[in-house]
Write a protein that binds this ligand. Structure first.
Ligand code: ZN
Length: 146
């Protein structure tokens, strides 16, 4: 049985939530996609204008493009107070729990967007107490004046 399921989300249209209680450190779902070389991702203008929501750095040679329907993990929303993180091992990426997650709780991780002039294009609706209103990585949130 999978420990996650797709559900309607309060943050965005859909998201993933825990289908049972999940312990901290548990691998929940693999983040799958196509492995592409850095050269390809630099050349491909698909990654130019939008934030790299689905593009993950694997190592200094390769990225992983997760922008595919079969990548269920792409449905996970950003949160300012996330309960998951995405970690790589070799050429594999896993979404793992960074805290105890109760059944039915929505899964989230920090999308890690850097702070730049366009940050207002990416509002955050995570609803956490610590929400800064925009999707910006935790280390840069102090720049946003609320
Ligand atoms: Zn937020």
């Amino acid at each position: 049985m999978k420990i996650y399921k797709i559900k309607k989300s309060n943050i965005d249209k859909v998201g993933l939530c825990a289908s049972k209680d999940i312990k901290e450190g548990t691998k929940i779902i693999e983040y799958v996609g196509k492995i592409i070389s850095k050269k390809e991702s630099e050349k491909n203008n698909k990654f130019d204008n939008e934030k790299d929501i689905y593009l993950f750095n694997l190592n200094n040679k390769y990225d992983l493009d997760g922008d595919f329907i079969f990548n269920t993990a792409r449905l996970i929303n950003h949160s300012c107070d996330p309960n998951c993180e995405v970690n790589g091992k070799g050429l594999k990426l896993w979404v793992s729990a960074i805290k105890y997650i109760k059944k039915e709780e929505e899964l989230s991780y920090d999308y890690g967007f850097s702070y730049d002039k366009d940050y207002k294009q990416f509002p955050c609706k995570c609803g956490k107490k610590s929400c800064v209103g925009y999707i910006v990585r935790s280390g840069s949130r102090w720049r946003i004046k609320t």
